[in-house]
Design a protein around this ligand. Structure first.
Ligand code: PBG
Length: 323
């Protein structure tokens, strides 16, 4: 029935009515908070392009993890900045490297916090690519062995979830096998399945000190123009044993999130990346956008698109606002 009988404004008249008909809600349970950890003590070094986000030493990270947990955040994602970088990213799979040490500290002092470890080579290689290089190209299959070694080192340290972000072909299957063969068959894999070669990762590369020293990541990360290929990436990861699938970045790829939600039944994560965070901060600082409004709107939009969990640097700020 059309106007004048149907008037959609009737249910928008008061805050109470609007709450009754609200279709999507946010909770701190939805958030996974990324952290950047490096060696040292007492270090908290703010990243200039990411206001409020810092590289932290393990002691500071543990205190932050406890505070986040007390504010309702259940899960964090760890990125490591190693002491040294080399051609094969040794720091990524060193059992005493930065991530295994951070995981052990977190799990002993803050056991209830779910610790997700990103698995990639780019922070650990001197050339900044996500795999090892042969004849100027990222060499897929030899990289898989290193990713598997890193995954096993993180699981041994006590990581709750392993999250490979490298976009090599076949990595989920190889990591699943190595975990299963070493009695870590209970550890889930969160696959960065549809990870696009995005300009929105800019600030992250400052934070993780991981920009590629030559070329770009377009021979392994996805072309932003491709939707159907994203579904193939997800299907392959599921076949290889992914427990959670991810779309990344989030806001420019809401259509991919929705399509993944419609096609697949696995838990779906979306990563609101560094550039999405930086952009909102920058506009708010200029007085061009209202920070709280836009932060919450960006998160609800990602949830509405179909994400069950959101990796976001806003996690604590948004959780406080929801409290
Ligand atoms: C590592 C990795 C990146 C991000 C997460 N894992 C950077 C990249 O692929 O260049 C980006 C996260 C962000 O921008 O917040 N491969």
């Amino acid at each position: 029935m059309g106007f004048p009988v149907t008037r959609l404004r009737r249910l928008r008249r008061t805050p109470q009515l609007r709450t009754m008909v609200r279709e999507t809600s946010l909770s701190p349970d939805d958030f996974i908070l990324p952290y950047f950890v490096r060696n040292g003590t007492g270090i908290s070094r703010e990243i200039s392009s990411m206001p409020g986000v810092s590289q932290m030493s393990i002691d500071v990270l543990v205190e932050n993890g406890k505070a986040a947990l007390s504010e309702g955040i259940r899960a964090i994602m760890l990125f490591g900045i190693p002491d040294y970088k080399d051609a094969t990213g040794t720091g990524a799979y060193d059992e005493n490297g930065i991530i295994p040490r951070a995981v052990r500290a977190l799990k002993s002092e803050c056991p209830d916090l779910v610790v997700v470890t990103d698995v990639c080579m780019c922070e650990y290689t001197d050339h900044g690519h996500c795999g090892i290089i042969k004849n100027g190209e990222v060499d897929n299959d030899p990289t898989l062995e290193l990713l598997a070694k890193a995954s096993l080192a993180y699981a041994r340290a006590g990581a709750d979830i392993i999250a490979p972000s490298d976009m090599m072909d076949g990595r989920i299957g190889v990591i699943r096998n190595v975990l299963d063969d070493n009695r870590y068959d209970h550890i889930p894999i969160m696959a960065y399945s549809a990870k696009f070669a995005s300009g929105f990762y800019g600030p992250f590369r400052d934070a993780a000190e991981s920009p590629p020293q030559f070329g770009d990541r377009r021979s392994y990360q996805m072309d932003p123009a491709n939707r159907l290929e994203a579904m193939r990436e997800i299907a392959l990861d599921i076949e290889e044993g992914a427990d959670i699938i991810m779309v990344k970045p989030a806001m420019p790829y809401l259509d991919i999130i929705r399509e993944a939600r419609n096609q697949y039944c696995l838990p779906l994560a979306a990563y609101q990346v560094s550039g999405e965070y930086a952009m909102i901060h920058a506009a708010a600082r200029n007085g061009w956008l209202d920070f709280d409004t836009v932060m919450m709107e960006s998160l609800i939009a990602i949830k509405r698109a179909g994400a069950d969990m959101i990796l976001t640097y806003f996690a604590r700020t948004a959780a406080r606002k929801l409290a």
